[in-house]
Ligand binder design. Sequence first.
Ligand SMILES: CC(C)(COP(=O)(O)OP(=O)(O)OC[C@H]1O[C@@H](n2cnc3c(N)ncnc32)[C@H](O)[C@@H]1OP(=O)(O)O)[C@@H](O)C(=O)NCCC(=O)NCCS
Length: 161
Amino acid sequence: MVEIRRAETDDAPGIIDCFNDVMSEGIYLLGERYLGDEAFLEMRIRDEFNELFLVAIHNNKVIGVLTLTRESFQKNRHVAFLGIAIRRGFRHQGIGRAMMEMSFEWAREMGIEKICLEVFSTNVNAIELYKKLGFEIEGIRKKQFKIEGNYVDDVLMAKFL
Ligand SMILES: CC(C)(COP(=O)(O)OP(=O)(O)OC[C@H]1O[C@@H](n2cnc3c(N)ncnc32)[C@H](O)[C@@H]1OP(=O)(O)O)[C@@H](O)C(=O)NCCC(=O)NCCS
């Protein structure tokens, strides 16, 4: 049984652990490890108007995290950037889709009009999911990354709410 809910400050260590676990796989996320610290993350979780943190919980453990971060300026505050990471062993069970659909509700309530994300061109499952949820490819930055010795494109996707 997996529960999806808004994160609380107590979830900060679990969120960092989840990001680090997925980052350690080395092929889905840009970072090698989570760079912020717990206090900074707690501050971001409290900033409910500018950022949404959703967690998926299984047996009291964070097994998935979604972040939706609103841009800062008047000129781009109608835009938010989405990030998502589900731990190995919990993928392809509909958790990612459910978290993203929940995040769209928050975005609409907050007056956000456009959600952007970036994804490696090699991450075909993720791109498939994003397309099913209404994202379109806006651009491609070629050979933006080198992963395990191979060039990978940066796929920029967006969905208008
Ligand atoms: C990408 C990710 C967020 C998707 O979440 P998920 O919970 O695994 O995906 P879901 O189970 O909700 O699947 C939704 C869709 O993804 C696609 N998908 C899932 N598993 C798939 C597979 N094995 N092969 C092909 N497509 C697949 C399908 O299109 C599926 O659609 P459906 O619901 O109509 O069957 C998750 O796998 C993940 O965190 N992966 C590692 C980190 C990562 O890649 N983050 C995103 C970086 S941009």
